[in-house]
Design a binder for this molecule. Structure first.
Ligand code: ZN
Length: 353
């Protein structure tokens, strides 16, 4: 491996439909899905045919977006010179209303990732997909898989059934800390609530753009409920969250915290300090129009440690080889490709040391 490995923190293997996952399920669930004729657990945030779901030159006839390991090698791993890439499977198992069904699908996806991706490509790592429907079952899944050091993160969608700062979810965080796993929060929702604070959108356009509201709400919830006072070493990786909302969010959080901090005495540090210490963001999509604005946003966030390099393959976030936005300094590019992922994911350090 290179002295300074290039690490992609968000890559998406195309999760197959339920029939392909049946071999990884118990007899009960195999019969349940077949006898009841259940299918269609594709993640609704990314409709298979929507343009943003897959870059046109990365579409493979007859394949799901991201469904071919050979094409992932050609389009991303080899083309961008990636030494390691973290697979974040997006599955409707995290959306199912039944917690036991959700857990069955998530477990099947994790076992499928091992057999079809991790065992076949040494550059790949993966997040453990856990059922947010049940923190108890999520912890069981973390414990089941934590022994496989190729799992480097726990994955949740950006909107669950409760806000993520609530102590209901803390057993998941405790298990993550125990095993040296950050919590990845990927754009997407369980759709128990509208993804905007003003109601249900009419179009996919609204749904996709409004995801930054989900991240802002969750970030406030994590900070103000004292998650980082309880778990000071736990990192949350905001994946596909965009970046441009952070400067004004941080400013408002500092200003308001100074005025009302007596209400939350467990928040002992400024929210800005907490965010810079515990929150990481992936860099695709970097939602800024040009080099000057990108540079200004990075300057205002004022923490080079926060940025993690990502391609978001196969989602259509950039053209050609423009995988990193213009306007980033050489030192930041080096940090976000190598040093920051290694600092964020303890298990990756085992690979390169
Ligand atoms: Zn993504």
């Amino acid at each position: 491996m290179n002295q300074a490995p290039v690490i992609d923190c968000d890559i998406h293997p195309g999760v197959p439909d339920i029939p392909a996952l049946l071999p990884y399920m118990s007899d009960y669930w195999q019969h349940s899905f077949v006898d009841r004729g259940l299918d269609g657990f594709d993640m609704m945030s990314y409709p298979l045919g929507a343009p943003i779901t897959c870059r046109p030159d990365w579409r493979v006839p007859g394949e799901r977006p991201g469904g071919s390991l050979g094409k992932m090698r050609e389009h991303a791993l080899d083309r961008f010179g990636l030494d390691l890439a973290i697979c974040n499977p997006l599955t409707g198992g995290q959306v199912a209303v039944s917690e036991s069904m959700g857990a069955a699908i998530c477990s099947a996806v994790n076992d499928w990732i091992v057999e079809h991706w991790l065992d076949k490509e040494p550059r790949l790592r993966a997040s453990i997909v856990v059922p947010p429907q049940s923190p108890t079952m999520a912890v069981e899944e973390i414990e089941r898989l934590a022994g496989d050091r190729r799992f480097v993160q726990v994955l949740l969608p950006a909107a669950c059934e409760l806000m993520l700062g609530r102590s209901y979810y803390w057993p998941i965080y405790e298990a993550a800390v125990k095993h040296g796993l950050p919590i990845g929060i990927h754009a997407g929702s369980m759709y128990r609530y509208a993804p905007t604070s003003t109601g249900w959108p009419s179009h996919y356009l609204q749904d996709y753009i409004s995801n930054n509201q989900l991240f802002e709400g969750q970030l406030l919830s994590l900070v103000s409920n004292g998650v980082f006072a309880k778990f000071p070493d736990l990192k949350f990786v905001f994946i596909e969250s965009g970046v441009s909302w952070l400067p004004h969010f941080i400013w408002r959080a500092i200003k308001t915290w100074r005025g009302v901090r007596a209400e939350v005495p467990w928040v002992k540090q400024s929210p800005a300090e907490i965010i810079r210490a515990n929150i990481r963001v992936t860099t695709q999509p970097f939602d800024a129009p040009d080099e000057a604005v990108v540079g200004r946003i990075v300057e205002e966030i004022d923490c080079d440690d926060m940025f993690l390099f990502s391609s978001d393959y196969p989602h259509w976030q950039f053209e050609g080889d423009a995988i990193t936005p213009l306007g980033l300094s050489t030192s930041l590019l080096m940090k976000m490709r190598t040093d920051n992922p290694l600092a964020t994911y303890p298990r990756l350090r085992e690979t390169v040391s």
